[in-house]
Design a protein. Sequence first.
Length: 262
Amino acid sequence: MTRYALITGASSGIGLALAEALARRGRSLILVARQRDQLESIAIELTQRFGVDVLFRACDLGEPLRLSGFLLELEEGERQIDLLVNCAGIGSSGPFLAQDWMTEQDLMEVNILALTRLCHAVGNSMALQGGGQILNVASVAAFQPGPWMSTYYASKAYVLHFSEGLREELKTCGIQVSVLCPGPTRTAFFGSAQMDTAKLDRSQQLMSAEEVALYTVRALEKNKAIIIPGRRNRWLAFSPRLSPRWLTRKIAGAVNKAYCSR
């Protein structure tokens, strides 16, 4: 029976790059994102280029009823998923009190609740079939508080700690859990989070989504617990341990405020 890698947030950025990297290795895919037209063209292209089976499902993970419907389809279907990649994510920047509440709620629905629910549903299926692998996408932001992006940073801290906890819990079920913590990456994330993309585009520190994906799939093959692509990003993740919390907050806040577009 063909087994599939299920990837959320697969229409662009790191999710799309991971889909291509896995297809290149002969993996069959189920791609999930909000944009149906983009998913369809991506599925056709990956099938033609790599000769793998690529399915897709347009689903807004921020809407619990639609997510429930999608999970029901998976449960009633016959396709086995042996790799779950939770890459869908939303960002926001600027003063917390100035944010539209529905945007903040959507962020938490996608970054936290949908990810957790997918781990629960697909994890149970994996346990029944004897094992599998889960990759949750967090960020180097997970290692510290982030003023002017407070909700986003906190959501990624949840993903990091949740994934590490699951890794220990699910070992006995034959399920390997890893968490990807990329640094700043050249994707559409910054524009959607209302950050100053002109400043970011001039930065020489950003990795490409393809670089992140290549590093990640190699780390997954080695069953790495925490995956941080790039030496500079590994330093960014480690450095908060060396500074007092008040200084970490101030530095992160100053950096984030400088890139806010409002």
